[in-house]
Design a protein around this ligand. Structure first.
Ligand code: PBG
Length: 355
């Protein structure tokens, strides 16, 4: 005998004309969207996007010295760490199941010059930190920027001649920098400079050096943003930066151009792409993910972190809830992961109580 599920439902012909206030089911009963929100267990059941520790990449700042932790005033809770302390942070990341850390150097001003030559020193802070981390924790992912700005006296990501940022000459240096970092043990090279053609040049050089397993996460759609201010404090380039980066980083008004940037980087061999900054560019993130379907990452940049921390410190917002809400918004927009200074805090709380 056939199981009877109830009377056949007659469709009302006026449903499409119903206003939201009087919207009705086919059974002529009111629609109650709030039913699925009535309790925490019910909300958890219907949740569409879930943040896990697998989504986190933790950016760390490195400073010279031993057993040093130097606070960064515009990024409360974030410190510059000496190499030994970077290793301790890596240990914490492993314990918290954070898959990957990102390394950024604070280069002593005496080592900065016009051409960023310290970037090509095999014993610079980044190379030393990569080796130290990999020695103790070979199974954590290490990501490094390819860009000259932490090393140049003028704070630009590339070489400058007569006020012009030189493209191809810069790419040649970025290739050398990437090879050094990759030979030191870096797993993911992340070119953050926005020079044209750098992904293809770096991929070719890595392959020529038999570094075929080294991944490239390109900062593909990186905007000329005011939200990088605290990061520039952290790496010590905010006071030195001459002018702005608008001839190489993107105009915040553009989205189609972002798709073109991403398309080129994929064609040149990027394994993963990034959109940066994060929250003000969720539309770009969504379009990139929807269009290309590649592993796509967002960078919740220093200014976004600073805004949440500052508002929370003033008691104007609930910092912890804002942290989770902002990170969930990246997942909703299609991100496969997020570079975020909240990474260790989020991971601690996820471990205590999964959201
Ligand atoms: C360097 C670089 C920047 C950031 C990441 N890599 C700053 C910039 O381009 O000026 C910003 C990250 C942040 O603000 O958290 N090219």
């Amino acid at each position: 005998m056939a199981i009877k599920f109830g009377r056949p439902i007659e469709m009302r012909d006026d449903v499409s004309r119903a206003t939201p206030a009087t919207a009705a089911t086919a059974l002529d009963l009111p629609v109650r969207m709030r039913r699925n929100r009535k309790a925490e267990w019910a909300r958890r059941m219907v949740r569409e996007h879930v943040l896990t520790t697998n989504d986190l990449i933790w950016p760390l700042f490195i400073v010279d010295g031993e057993n040093k932790r130097v606070p960064i005033p515009s990024m409360p809770g974030v410190e510059r760490l000496s190499v030994d302390q970077v290793v301790r942070a890596a240990e914490r990341a492993v314990r918290l199941s954070i898959p990957c850390i990102a390394l950024f150097p604070y280069t002593d001003p005496s080592l900065r010059d016009e051409t960023g030559s310290e970037a090509l020193n095999d014993n610079n802070l980044v190379c030393r930190a990569i080796r130290a981390v990999k020695k103790e924790f070979p199974d954590i992912g290490v990501l490094c920027d390819a860009a000259l700005d932490p090393y140049t006296s003028h704070g630009h990501d590339g070489l400058v001649r007569d006020g012009i940022i030189l493209n191809d000459e810069t790419v040649a240096l970025l290739v050398e920098q990437s090879l050094l970092q990759a030979h030191a043990g870096c797993d993911i090279i992340a070119p953050s400079d926005m020079m044209d053609g750098r992904i293809g040049a770096i991929r070719t050089a890595l392959d020529d050096d038999e570094l075929t397993d080294v991944q490239i996460m390109s900062y593909a759609a990186k905007y000329a943003s005011s939200f990088y201010g605290p990061f520039r404090d952290a790496v010590g380039s905010s006071k030195t930066l001459v002018g702005d980066k608008r001839t190489y980083q993107m105009d915040p008004a553009n989205t189609d151009e972002a798709l073109r940037e991403v398309e080129l980087d994929i064609a040149e061999g990027a394994d993963m792409v990034m959109v940066k900054p994060g929250m003000p560019y969720l539309d770009v993130l969504k379009r990139v993910k929807d269009t290309f379907g590649l592993p796509t990452f967002a960078y919740q940049v220093s200014g976004e972190y600073a805004m949440i921390m500052a508002a929370a410190a003033n008691g104007w917002i609930d910092g912890e809830r804002a942290m989770f809400e902002s990170l969930t918004s990246f997942k909703r927009a299609g991100a496969d992961g997020v570079l975020t200074y909240f990474a260790p805090d989020v991971a601690e709380r996820l471990r205590a109580q999964p959201v």
